[in-house]
Design a protein around this ligand. Structure first.
Ligand SMILES: Cc1cc2nc3c(=O)[nH]c(=O)nc-3n(C[C@H](O)[C@H](O)[C@H](O)COP(=O)(O)OP(=O)(O)OC[C@H]3O[C@@H](n4cnc5c(N)ncnc54)[C@H](O)[C@@H]3O)c2cc1C
Length: 261
């Protein structure tokens, strides 16, 4: 099983001609100490081509530093080199950015990735199956984290239920793919929205965000922007494992409603 992200080595081995669409954006996310005065909220600071976000949800504060760029050559195992890319892109900017860059240097959960979409004709080949971004990265704004977790749940469930892995892989893809496509479509415009290239675009994006947070039906709007809610199946455990089977799950969606991005 290849769950090794957008730059999946497992995918390269089984689908060497996979289509990878670079969306013109790179981003880092990491935890920062303190609250920055936030409570289930986020703050964004943008200049053309760069955007810093601080968000606090679920008792954790995280920073995201995103910048527009054509494809870059870098070593995806070299965290120090990736931190340098971010430091260079945000060098000289004000607001909280100098302190965020200091925190980034030591953040243990530092995550760096290109905004890219992965388009595959199939998620499995023979005994190899791909999941998460390796199989179907939608890019930012496409609910990629939720899709990855749901895909893992569906794959595990279908493997437990099916007589063989061929059947399980086919059922896993049949369940998941219809939800992946709308997420991918939604993400296609999101990179420009997240990191606008022009001052006028930043101004327009900020006005929309300000307006949204004051609308009375904002929770409903949040739900309506979920491209494709998924009702998860309850997979029965095989008879010999039924004793330890977890409690049935409630339907879930790939959305993370508290995530301002
Ligand atoms: C700028 C940006 C903003 C985003 N914003 C959001 C958002 O707001 N909401 C959202 O839901 N999603 C967002 N996403 C997408 C989200 O980050 C991904 O969809 C999600 O992380 C995919 O999870 P994954 O486990 O499939 O892959 P990853 O999180 O990439 O994890 C893959 C893991 O495999 C490891 N790995 C790679 N190769 C090997 C190997 N050979 N052996 C062992 N391990 C290996 C990597 O180190 C990594 O830890 C964003 C993405 C970007 C780039």
């Amino acid at each position: 099983m290849g769950a090794d992200g957008v730059r999946s080595r497992a995918r390269e081995l089984v689908f060497p001609a996979a289509e990878i669409r670079h969306l013109g954006l790179y981003g880092a996310i990491f935890s920062v100490p303190g609250t920055y005065g936030l409570d289930h909220e986020g703050l964004m600071h943008s200049v053309p081509g760069r955007c810093a976000t601080i968000m606090r949800t679920g008792g954790e504060t995280r920073a995201a530093l995103d910048f527009a760029s054509p494809p870059l050559a870098y070593d995806h195992r070299d965290r120090r080199g990736q931190r340098e890319l971010i430091a260079t892109a945000f060098d000289g900017l004000g607001w909280e950015i100098p302190s965020l860059l200091r925190e980034m240097r030591t953040a243990e959960d530092f995550y760096f990735a290109p905004a890219a979409q992965v388009v595959l004709p199939r998620y499995a080949s023979g005994r190899v199956v791909l999941l998460g971004d390796a199989a179907h990265a939608p890019g930012p704004g496409g609910m990629g984290s939720g899709l990855a977790l749901i895909g893992a749940y569906v794959l595990a469930g279908e493997l437990a239920a099916a007589p063989d892995h061929h059947t399980a892989f086919a059922r896993y893809e049949r369940e998941l793919r219809p939800h992946v496509e709308p997420c991918r479509k939604q993400a296609q415009g999101a990179a420009g929205y997240l990191v606008p290239r022009k001052r006028a675009q930043i101004w327009r994006r900020n006005q929309i965000m300000r307006l949204l947070s004051h609308l009375p039906g904002k929770n409903l709007i949040n739900r309506l922007t979920v491209p494709s809610p998924i009702a998860l199946k309850d997979y029965a455990a095989p008879p010999d494992r039924r004793e330890q089977a977890p409690a049935p799950r409630r339907p879930a969606t790939a959305a993370h409603p508290a995530d301002p991005r």
